[in-house]
Design a protein around this ligand. Structure first.
Ligand code: HEC
Length: 456
């Protein structure tokens, strides 16, 4: 996750992009011609690739620092693009290609990587505008498609220049007179460089969660006086509307599925800010697109969590696991692993128990996702073909941590590391979305189980 250095990192990347252009330019003069002998042109060959694989982030106002929408914007980065795509650092994608298929995998095919390289080597010709593909249908961002409703935290949160910042909450009333189903949602921080992550919860009118906490003003657990509220600031089973982290794209749920916000609910923003060397303030919003009718299924965000691990100092591959059993049938839609600076690898598996020989159970583990975790990029992984799971299905999340000197992001390899809110502490949360019948809420979903659940 971009901690304080995000802005600097971007600067660095933009500068190093320029440097690569230089190097690439030198190397270009020895390079081969494009495979066809007819070099690729921007409008005919490059723009279609950018539209499909890059512009969801590289558009004006997007999360990437520079848009790649026009020839003029893209050309200066031709060599940086060649380099980044050949090294596979762009588009960002961290899932093991041998495990699972994901609909938001924007990875390039080898021929596309070659086309981008050949274009850079041919000194990035524009070609003819008449060859340009039709403009990309913009669904990924509110700058392309207007939200039905934009709800802003009523008050900006002042952020100090340095030091740890406790989780900050702000309760935002929706004033919905009727139940609403949400088809798409996006968190829009006003200060992206300081938002480490955000979770937006739905608090229905009959929920007692944080009931004595102030509405419409920022607060933290330590400013709350009611003990029940204080506990609530650290733990809740309220439904999550969405999780934002740098790199995450807006959530759009598949057709006939949506998130539910009951009439009269509040949205509770849980913001994890990091100081950035300068005093600043953030006033994040959430954009919502509603579905016009009641969907067939409701999407719930659940999580596999382990909060009682101790990572010893210096260990390069410490394993932490969490398991949970689904109490009811559910369709698995997507995953979002969350760790901090020592996160290395995160896996989701399905565990199948069968009666083996001599009456001892056998376990079969089916991997669902394996992520080479990169803390800058907390991405969600949307399963291409959602997976129906029967009640009783057992899910396992396994996280690996690198607390050694060899981890360049490790703030202190001599520390014993436990669960904690701050970036130098660790977390182990395997968020995942499931679809259940439209009438089922989270409480109902877990109602019939007595087991202490790790799936929450
Ligand atoms: C999920 C969002 C996302 C997608 C998709 C994406 N980028 Fe990026 N890109 C970024 C961000 C953000 C940065 C700024 C650096 C950072 O934060 O890591 C960046 C930086 C870059 C850079 C400069 C840094 C470098 O690595 O050279 C290049 C070049 C680049 N992207 C090319 C591409 C190309 C080409 C594609 C499509 C094939 C693409 N990106 C797709 C988000 C994205």
């Amino acid at each position: 996750m971009p901690i304080r250095a995000n802005q600097e990192l971007r600067m660095f990347l933009v500068l190093s992009g320029a440097l690569w252009s230089l190097l690439g330019g030198l190397r270009g003069s020895f390079a081969q011609q494009a495979p066809t002998g007819n070099p690729p042109s921007f409008y005919r060959d490059v723009l279609p690739i950018l539209e499909q694989h890059c512009q969801s982030c590289h558009h004006a106002g997007g999360i990437a620092p520079m848009p790649f929408e026009t020839y003029g914007e893209t050309r200066p980065f031709a060599n940086a693009i060649r380099r980044a795509t050949q090294q596979k650092s762009m588009p960002p994608w961290f899932a093991d290609p041998n495990v699972g298929k994901f609909s938001n995998d924007l990875s390039l095919r080898p021929t596309e990587i070659e086309t981008l390289a050949a274009w850079a080597e041919a000194k990035s010709p524009a070609g003819e505008t008449k060859d340009a593909p039709p403009a990309r249908p913009g669904v990924e961002s509110w700058s392309n498609r207007k939200a039905d409703l934009l709800l802003k935290m009523p008050q900006a949160v002042p952020l100090p220049a340095s030091g740890d910042i406790e989780y900050t909450y702000e309760i935002v009333p929706t004033n919905f007179k009727e139940d609403r189903w949400v088809q798409m949602a996006e968190v829009l921080p006003s200060l992206r460089s300081n938002v480490h992550h955000a979770v937006v919860y739905v608090r229905p009118p009959d929920s007692n969660w944080l009931r004595h906490a102030p509405v419409g003003v920022p607060f933290t657990a330590s400013t709350l006086t009611d003990p029940e509220d204080r506990r609530g600031a650290h733990w809740t089973d309220s439904d999550v509307l969405l999780v934002y982290a740098p790199g995450s794209s807006p959530d759009a749920w598949p057709e006939k599925m949506a998130k539910f916000i009951p009439a009269g609910s509040d949205l509770v923003f849980q913001m994890h800010y990091t100081a950035n060397g300068r005093r600043a303030s953030d006033q994040s919003s959430i954009g919502l697109i509603f579905s016009s009718h009641t969907p067939e299924q409701r999407v719930l965000t659940l999580q596999l969590t382990n909060d009682h691990f101790v990572i010893p100092p210096g260990v390069p591959d410490y394993r932490v696991e969490a398991r949970g059993t689904l109490p009811h049938d559910a369709t698995l839609l997507s995953f979002l692993p969350h760790m901090h600076l020592r996160g290395k690898l995160f896996e989701y598996n399905l565990i199948r128990k069968s009666m083996g020989t001599e009456g001892k159970p056998d376990y079969e583990i089916e991997p669902l996702l394996r992520v080479n975790y990169h803390f800058h990029w907390q991405m969600s992984y949307r399963i291409s073909e959602p997976r129906f799971l029967r009640a009783g299905a057992e899910l396992q999340a396994v996280a690996w941590y690198d607390n050694s000197k060899g981890n360049p992001h490790n703030p202190d390899w001599q520390a014993e590391v436990r669960w904690g809110e701050q970036i130098h502490d660790e977390m182990m949360v395997g968020f995942f979305d499931v679809a259940v019948p439209a009438g089922v809420d989270k409480q109902h979903f877990f109602a019939r189980t007595k087991e202490p659940q790790q799936v929450q």
